[in-house]
Design a protein. Structure first.
Length: 269
């Protein structure tokens, strides 16, 4: 018979305090863990065999009827269970309106050599993305486009930031994500014979006119500064998305979606 989960009601409980601290990157990195909040995100973590160390739940916050089955699945997978009071869960939750599930999982690291490339590799490279919500959305886009992986160069945003996990809707667990410096990434792409196409407004080349088939890495720059001189110099081709209005740029996540799916259109054609 399974041991009943420990019940926590005090806001001063050490576990509650630890979960609050895990909102900070330094605390997550020091502990080597991150948290996964939300039914969909926890379910996808379990589907991808992410090892959950702990699962905290609060029935008073549940939005549906499937949570008990997911909690049992997590228990069987080895997660230690804790039931929180409504106030305690509200304190540890990152979301304004939580849905009563929050898991703690170990961080992981993938190297460039860990990437499993398809016969015609299709990679997304992003440089110095600043906003966690954008990075999470970019991961979703890469998953939808069928990319072999996402390479985060010169990372500004922690890939384990709660907003990255949330905005990715759990795709973080299914798309290989590598964090590396730009020089190492470029050397890897050259070694693998992968053509580098970088996006910038400062080129006459329209992205729909470029050949985006074959072994390809699309490179996107930061929200504020765009791509660095390194990538602008080292890329095989520069392309731009034409802008008809007064705005001179798009949100980086939106620009990524547009460029990736043009590549998908060409590659499937």
């Amino acid at each position: 018979m399974a041991t009943p989960p420990e019940k926590i009601t005090s806001l001063q409980n050490p576990r509650v305090k630890t979960l609050v601290k895990l909102r900070e990157r330094r605390e997550r990195d020091d502990a080597g863990v991150f948290f996964i909040e939300g039914y969909r995100e926890v379910r996808r973590a379990l589907e991808k065999d992410v090892r959950l160390k702990e699962l905290y739940f609060c029935p008073e916050w549940f939005l549906g009827e499937n949570e008990p089955a997911l909690i049992e699945q997590a228990r069987q997978a080895g997660a230690q269970l804790f039931e929180l009071s409504k106030d305690a869960f509200a304190k540890v939750a990152y979301r304004e309106r939580p849905d009563g599930l929050l898991a703690v999982a170990p961080q992981w690291k993938h190297a460039l050599t860990d990437l499993k490339l398809s016969p015609h590799p299709f990679l997304l490279v992003v440089e110095a993305i600043e906003k966690p919500g954008n990075l999470g959305t970019i991961l979703r886009s890469a998953d939808a486009a069928g990319c072999d992986g996402v390479i985060v160069c010169d990372a500004v945003t922690d890939i384990f930031n709660p907003n990255v996990v949330r905005a990715s809707t759990g795709v973080l667990f299914s798309v290989p994500v590598v964090v590396a410096d730009s020089a190492s990434v470029h050397a890897f792409l050259v070694e693998k014979g992968i053509r580098v196409v970088a996006t910038t407004p400062d080129t006459p080349n329209i992205y729909t006119k470029a050949d985006l088939r074959g072994a390809l890495a699309i490179v996107m720059g930061s929200e504020q500064y765009g791509l660095s001189d390194f990538w602008l110099k080292e890329s095989n081709l520069l392309v731009r998305i034409p802008m008809a209005g007064q705005a001179d740029s798009l949100n980086v996540a939106m620009a990524t979606i547009i460029t990736l799916f043009e590549a998908v259109r060409q590659r499937n054609g």
